[in-house]
Write a protein that binds this ligand. Structure first.
Ligand SMILES: [Ca+2]
Length: 293
């Protein structure tokens, strides 16, 4: 079973079961059980947008400022904006890479192929080092940013999904409703929060971005990004990122996954697994007027 389009049937399934939990869970409109606690997160991806809607939480939309080319063979799992370049982690067994990409041309400038049995996941920059997760191997690789040589490796239990660095600590997701905080040098667990709103939880937290004191998370298989208060785990806003690709364009790619922030430009880059484009966006209130300044 696969969660992706039938055009690439060899893609491994994101197929997980979770133990039931007593807490109430938030559901995504159109996905129903997908994000409910205790559900098996194995569903075919429908063509229509799927959004997480949480009453009482601020709703944001994306305003596209620019579009950039993106390697449509990149199964994006981690995205970091590094000046005029991007650092990207791409997944799938036999295809996983760490890569440096030119933003304007989309050209892959440098690439490291991971061992074929590994499925790369989240990526974060910590100074002159890059930390890259793997999905189920429990291995995190530390790369030198300049040489792309591996300088260390950490082990961790469970799954690795998203990763970001808030300047002080690493924030890691594992597909559940939990965010784990880790020491950026030792990778030891130094804290964590359960993510949700008003006592309900939201699972499926995927690619992450630490920006302006918030943690932003792609919500797996949806077109929603959530803004999380890392102190409490509370969801402070939902971002509707549907409509970036046309319906036809969406039919041949996988899910939205990939968010990176540039503090100098104050903008985010969004993309998805095998998407042909990166979108430079700002987030605006749904009632707020549009228009590029
Ligand atoms: Ca990111």
């Amino acid at each position: 079973m696969s969660v992706v389009s039938p055009t690439r049937p060899r893609r491994p399934a994101r197929h997980r079961s979770h133990r039931p939990r007593p807490r109430r869970a938030l559901a995504a409109a159109g996905v129903g059980l997908l994000l409910l606690s205790g559900a098996t997160t194995c569903r075919a991806l429908p063509p229509e947008p799927r959004l997480v809607e949480i009453p009482g939480v601020e709703r944001l939309r994306v305003e596209v400022l620019a579009e950039w080319p993106h390697d449509a063979t990149a199964f994006t799992q981690g995205l970091v904006w590094d000046g005029e370049r991007l650092l990207e982690s791409t997944g799938l067994e036999g295809e996983s890479t760490l890569r440096e990409v030119d933003l304007e041309s989309g050209e892959v400038l440098r690439k490291v192929d991971l061992d074929p049995d590994l499925f790369a996941e989240g990526l974060a920059r910590v100074g002159e080092r890059l930390v890259q997760l793997t999905w189920r191997a429990g291995r995190a690789f530390v790369w030198d940013r300049k040489s792309f040589s591996k300088v260390a490796e950490h082990r961790y239990p469970g799954q690795g999904w998203g990763l970001c660095h808030d300047g002080r600590r690493l924030v890691m997701s594992d597909g559940s409703e939990h965010l784990t905080f880790r020491d950026p040098e030792t990778f030891e667990v130094i804290g964590g929060v359960r993510v949700g709103f008003a006592g309900a939880t939201l699972r499926g937290l995927n690619e992450l971005e630490c920006a302006e004191g918030w943690v932003y998370a792609n919500v797996f298989t949806t077109d929603t990004i959530v803004r999380i208060d890392p102190l409490t785990g509370e969801i402070r806003a939902t971002v509707d990122a549907s409509g970036l690709l046309s319906t036809e364009g969406r039919a041949s790619v996988d899910v939205l996954n990939g968010i990176a922030y540039n503090p100098e430009r104050g903008t985010f880059l969004l993309t998805g697994k095998n998407w042909p484009r990166l979108f430079e966006v700002v987030f605006r209130g749904v009632e707020e007027g549009g228009g590029v300044p």
